[in-house]
Design a protein around this ligand. Structure first.
Ligand code: UDX
Length: 437
């Protein structure tokens, strides 16, 4: 099948490369010329395990190519997948400007019948809007159909999530669109769920918000555990044996971040409000998450009275391990507070340093000072307190001695509960974590 993919961000690029991997002929287009050049040279502009290898392989066998020339890209494909961004607007709603722009470009350049598939996360009703827009602006005498096919990729495991998807959601208005998508997805061997277009759009938001809810619920319970002397990791373990609850997304911590949960929960609330519905559960989830990002900061302020002039080491800046992405990361929110309070912050992250430097430049910044280290131990050296914001595997190998020997005083605030609290305390480390004594 000849497939064009609009947008080479997370959604578009992973989809394009995986479609090529299963044998489709894929042409990806983006307005960012630099990005297109990199991709045609086999260089992956995003940090994602396994993606660059697949990109190189499929460039070589000519299953995939990249172009800035969208006119050519939209002329004669069998299907066009739209994977452009839908960032959060100030009021919480999703920005649909990129989707509209691509829809008009498709309409102005399409020269044969085509299935348009919306892969970006979009509010319910957007597929109808895309269909109307394209039909309004169509130049040639061709027929289009529009389908919803939301993605469920998780950063750090995106290739695997697409190649071995737990489910493929297809939202269509016609049987022919459904059949074509079934054909495109045949090589993936994942279960296909066919629903109406609006349901497909809703499934994406409802799924992400449900996972976010699970996390906020566990964070709520974690804070209660601390007050009543219970241990959230033990509580989560006990809960997880109930198949109705499940084992995943029960980890309490410093709050969720990333490009999806914060944005999608707010967009769902916005959509509900527009329809005079109050999604109290999701509103609660967002509220809990905002508070959760501050719990360690508040504890540290009580412990030290002021963070001014304190030497703080920060281990982990990305919103989760396996990515270089700092979007909405709890670490960013906390580092900003430390610097505002006049602290000296030394940062180490295995993948996120380059992006961190763009937000927190090295040297004097805000009221404090930022420094970057080459290793966790270097970041610990001479510090008064260490904050752990991301559960990178390499941090788990640090021993109590590493903290005792390198820090001026071994005080840890662990936002991801990566260490055994008893072991830390027994070895003389002052260890604060989430939902545990
Ligand atoms: C998420 C969804 O998982 C994915 O299906 C969707 O397509 C995009 O959004 P992603 O944002 O990449 O993926 O990361 P995810 O692994 O879901 O984690 C999101 C945030 O929740 C991270 O900040 C993570 O640290 C946090 N989290 C996750 C917890 O705090 N506890 C958990 O138990 C799980």
């Amino acid at each position: 099948m000849n497939i064009t993919v609009a947008g080479t961000g997370y959604v578009g690029l992973v989809a394009g490369v995986c479609f090529a991997e299963v044998g489709h002929k894929v042409l990806c287009t983006d307005t960012d010329g630099e990005r297109i050049k990199l991709l045609n040279d086999g260089i992956c502009p995003i940090y994602e395990k396994g993606l660059e290898e697949l990109l190189k392989k499929n460039l070589k066998n000519k299953n995939i190519s990249f172009t800035e020339n969208y006119k050519k890209a939209y002329e004669k494909p069998d299907a066009i997948f739209i994977g452009v961004g839908t960032p959060e607007k100030e009021d919480g709603s999703a920005e649909l400007g990129y989707i509209s722009a691509v829809s008009k470009q498709i309409a102005e350049n399409l020269k044969q019948d085509c299935l348009i598939v919306v892969k970006s996360t979009v509010p319910v009703g957007t597929n109808d809007m895309v269909e109307k827009l394209i039909n309004d602006f169509l130049v040639s005498d061709v027929k289009i159909d529009v389908a919803s096919n939301p993605e469920f990729l998780s950063q750090g495991s995106a290739v695997n999530d697409m190649m071995n998807a737990q489910r493929i959601i297809i939202g269509t208005k016609s049987k022919s669109a459904e059949n074509m998508l079934r054909e495109i997805y045949k090589p993936f061997k994942s279960p296909i769920v066919c629903v109406g277009r609006r349901s497909a759009e809703m499934i994406k938001y409802a799924s992400n918000s449900f996972l976010a809810l699970k996390i906020s619920y566990m964070n709520d319970i974690a804070n209660l555990c601390e007050a009543v002397d219970a241990d959230i990791t033990e509580v989560a373990k006990g809960m997880s044996y109930d198949e109705r609850i499940g084992k995943k997304f029960l980890k309490a911590g410093i709050g969720f971040g990333g490009s999806c949960f914060p944005k999608d929960t707010k967009a769902l609330i916005y959509l509900a409000e527009k329809n005079n519905i109050h999604l109290k559960t999701v509103e609660g989830c967002v509220h809990v998450n905002e508070n959760q990002k501050n719990v360690l900061y508040k504890k540290a302020c009580e412990r030290f009275l002021t963070l001014s002039r304190l030497n703080i080491s920060v281990l982990g800046v990305t919103f989760k391990p396996g990515t270089d992405d700092l979007r909405e990361s709890p670490a960013s929110a906390n580092i900003r507070k430390f610097l505002n309070d006049g602290a000296n912050v030394k940062i180490y992250d295995p993948a996120g340093m380059e992006n961190a430097r763009k937000i927190f430049p090295e040297g004097n910044f805000l009221n404090g000072k930022t420094e970057y280290s080459h290793s966790a131990k270097e970041a610990l050296s001479g510090s008064d307190v260490c904050f752990i914001f991301t559960e990178w595997e390499e941090f788990m190998y640090l021993t109590p001695d590493d903290f005792l020997e390198n820090m001026r005083r071994a005080v840890i605030f662990d936002g991801r509960n990566i260490f055994d609290s008893r072991k830390m305390e027994l070895n003389g480390v002052e260890y604060h974590s989430i939902g545990r004594k």
